[in-house]
Design a binder for this molecule. Structure first.
Ligand code: C2E
Ligand code: CA
Ligand code: CA
Length: 607
């Protein structure tokens, strides 16, 4: 007996399959007690499932599969039901076998004794002896069954733990959806699908960070759970995966792009409704990118394409679906190269701040500078921002570039103040991505405070598409907060976006910078002059100053003055220059303010 127990325990310890271990146990018992048949049934959710029964015919096991336990469900169903052993000594006559005896009497069995197997206080299985004569168990048999039941309990509990662990390994704890590990497995499976057409959707929850930051992580978790639930409604839950963070994926059967698009639209539609997240009303939105598996494509390539589509969507098409097409990758490659180049330049201190003067059109006196980023190549060549400014679409790089510019500009301004130069304002350009990164306000204020430069010398330049982006009150709120700290806001590239003049009444700005494209078209019969005149009229009423950008000719300067525009910048006056030249320009050509103003500025600067 001991030897037999050890053999079984060893199988359990080795992690052999549960059915193999228990079948071995049954066979051992059957050789020790000739004439009987052993059977072990698992009990799961109140139903029976055969684990082993080596001497019972296959179709008998099949007939028992999934039967609900109950007082009249044979010896095993009753034993599981009562949680106590049931010895039926005469199957032919016992009421508990009335619905099942037709299955066993043809096999020659007359009696059946079943014992429940417990894990804690749960019945997890039953252990049964079938006898060929009408009888109950002997004492010796009871002893053997006691030992067997114990071994079975150990084996089953171990199996449960293993499958629980497996469940954990492949399930996302927050949403209950299959996780990234499962996704990787299923994706690899698609590759072996043998020509079956399929597609991949990658989805990104748009406003998770915002919800986390404003309402807390409980609300963020609730948002993820809501999105997961809704996605599982739109598409079967086993096809949806949570890859982590705000990323989801769906692997779908699809033969054409349009079909994939319909799935994506269903996901977007289903997730869009307002939701309660930890007591806050949130409007969930997802951005989705999708790609179809073409002939001879590896799953990795499909994933790469869907990634490109998603990346593109996040920049241009938030809250919508972007499907992959061939050219999409090239634009992205260009951007990636720019991102990489700027990243390296940042780490090697090859980013410089250059300054383009902003002048009074009538006197040509300098009233301020616009700081423009320049990248010095390792060969010493200077690259203008126009050539790398795609890189600022990447949030990470944008934040680093902005930090570097803030550091350079605040140091230069400190120097000019120390030299007693008549410095009024310097503008720094911010991109949309800057507002998606943490604590812009803190970064700006800290740097200028540390340099001892009062914030009212600082202008932030923001394009209208950033400021007035669809439904993005985050940026507007952040800008309001910054203004309350004393710095000024310029609406950059005015006229190139979609903002109407009436927008100006709703967004607080201090300065409007009219885009070069208008300045280029001032001469009649073009309507640009009329528009500039209109902007001037509204701006004057609202107390907003107007700066004309990209002035290249005297004619343009005269024309602007005739329209009432007082300030401008452009190659006519100066290109962007390095800080040494900027210092000279300040010394020779800057507008001298009234003495009191200059003194009060220096006092504020702590000079
Ligand atoms: P922007 O803010 O509209 O800057 C003005 C651009 O027009 C600058 O190009 C400037 O050199 C150029 N420019 C000025 N006057 C004239 C002119 O008379 N004729 C012509 N043809 N061009 C003129 P730059 O420096 O290449 O900058 C391009 C864009 O890159 C900027 O447009 C701005 O949006 C962005 N940028 C520049 N520096 C930074 C920065 O530090 N951070 C961020 N986020 N973006 C920056
Ligand atoms: Ca600008
Ligand atoms: Ca501009």
């Amino acid at each position: 007996m001991l030897q037999f127990q050890n053999a079984i325990l060893e199988m359990i310890a080795r992690g052999e399959e549960l059915s193999a271990t228990i079948e071995r146990l049954c066979r051992q018992v059957e050789t020790r007690i000739p004439g009987i048949a052993c059977s072990v049934l698992a009990v799961k959710d109140g139903r029976l499932f055969p684990i082993a029964g080596p001497s019972l015919p296959e179709q008998y096991s099949r007939a028992l599969t999934g039967i609900a336990i109950g007082p009249l469900v044979g010896s095993c169903g009753a034993a599981a039901y009562h949680g106590a052993d049931v010895a039926v000594t005469d199957i032919d006559r016992d009421g508990r076998w009335q619905h099942y005896r037709h299955l066993v009497t043809p096999l020659g069995f007359k009696a059946c004794w079943s014992t429940p197997i417990f894990a804690g206080n749960r019945v997890v299985a039953t252990f049964a002896f079938y006898f060929r004569e009408s009888r109950g168990p002997s004492d010796a048999e009871r002893e053997i069954v006691d030992a067997c039941v114990h071994l079975c309990a150990i084996a089953i509990e171990r199996e449960e733990r293993v499958s629980e662990r497996e469940q954990l390994t492949y399930t996302d704890a927050l949403t209950g959806l299959p996780n990234r590990a499962r996704f990787n497995m299923m994706l690899a499976e698609q590759g072996k699908g043998g020509g079956k057409s399929w597609g991949l959707l990658l989805a990104d929850v748009d406003n998770l960070k915002l919800v986390n930051d404003t309402f807390g992580h409980a609300a963020g978790d609730a948002l993820i759970q809501t999105v997961a639930r809704r996605m599982a409604v739109a598409i079967a839950s086993e096809k949806i995966f949570r890859l982590g963070g705000d990323e989801f994926a769906a692997i779908l059967d699809a033969t054409e792009m349009a079909a994939l698009g319909r799935h994506a639209d269903a996901l977007i539609r289903e997730t869009k409704r307002p939701a309660q997240c930890d007591g806050h009303v949130v409007f969930p939105a997802v951005t989705i990118g999708g790609a179809l598996a073409g002939q001879d494509m590896t799953p990795g390539e499909v994933q790469h394409n869907a990634d490109i589509a998603l990346y593109h969507g996040k920049e241009r098409n938030r809250g919508e679906y972007t499907s992959y097409f061939k050219g999409l990758g090239t634009a992205l490659t260009r951007r990636f190269r720019a991102i990489r180049d700027v990243g390296v330049a940042l780490s090697e201190n090859r980013i410089e701040a250059h300054y383009q003067p902003i002048v009074r059109l009538d006197t040509r006196e300098i009233v301020g500078f616009e700081a423009l980023a320049r990248m010095r190549t390792s060969g010493g060549e200077l690259i203008s921002a126009a050539h790398f400014h795609e890189a600022t679409l990447d949030g990470h790089i944008a934040a680093q570039l902005t930090d570097r510019m803030i550091a350079l500009v605040s140091a230069d301004m400190r120097r000019w103040l120390d030299m007693g130069l008549p410095l009024q304002h310097v503008g720094i350009n911010l991109s949309a991505a800057d507002f998606r990164v943490d604590d812009l306000q803190g970064r700006l204020c800290e740097a200028f405070m540390a340099a001892g430069v009062p914030l009212d010398h600082l202008i932030i330049e923001v394009t209208e598409s950033v400021y007035l982006g669809k439904g993005d009150h985050v940026v507007a709120d952040e800008i309001k907060a910054l203004r309350s700290k004393g710095l000024k806001v310029a609406l950059d590239d005015f006229g190139t976006g979609f903002a109407s003049l009436t927008h100006l009444l709703t967004v607080p700005v201090d300065i409007i910078k009219i885009d070069k494209s208008f300045i280029d078209r001032l001469a009649p019969p073009d309507a640009a002059a009329v528009i500039v005149e209109g902007v001037m009229a509204i701006a004057t009423k609202l107390g907003i100053r107007v700066v004309a950008e990209g002035i290249e000719t005297e004619r343009q300067a005269e024309h602007l003055q005739a329209l009432g525009c007082m300030l401008g910048q452009g190659y006519l006056y100066s290109k962007a220059v390095d800080r040494h030249t900027a210092t000279d320009l300040l010394a020779t050509s800057a507008q001298r303010l009234e003495p009191e103003q200059a003194i009060s500025d220096r006092v504020k600067a702590g000079a």
